[in-house]
Design a protein around this ligand. Structure first.
Ligand SMILES: [Zn+2]
Length: 78
């Protein structure tokens, strides 16, 4: 009930922030999480292998954002 960090508006906002500054982030190869560039091991799965690259990070952040906005997209269909 009280998982504020995982609420949909917060994730959408976070995805937006990542897309605007993709060079500050990288993707965990273990669980596909987006983590800060300075991170050495993934906080979710403890992996130390990351995919770096602006394009890959933007693509992954968009996936996260789209997942949360699906209901809005459906509402747009008229
Ligand atoms: Zn991970």
């Amino acid at each position: 009930m009280s998982t504020l960090a995982d609420s949909p508006p917060d994730r959408a906002k976070q995805a937006d922030k990542i897309i605007k500054n993709p060079s500050n982030y990288k993707i965990c190869q273990g669980c596909d999480s987006i983590v800060l560039m300075k991170t050495h091991t993934c906080p979710n799965c403890a992996s130390y292998r990351f995919e770096e690259g602006v394009e890959a990070v933007v693509k992954q952040a968009r996936l996260l954002g789209n997942r949360e906005r699906r209901s809005v997209v459906q509402a747009d269909l008229s």
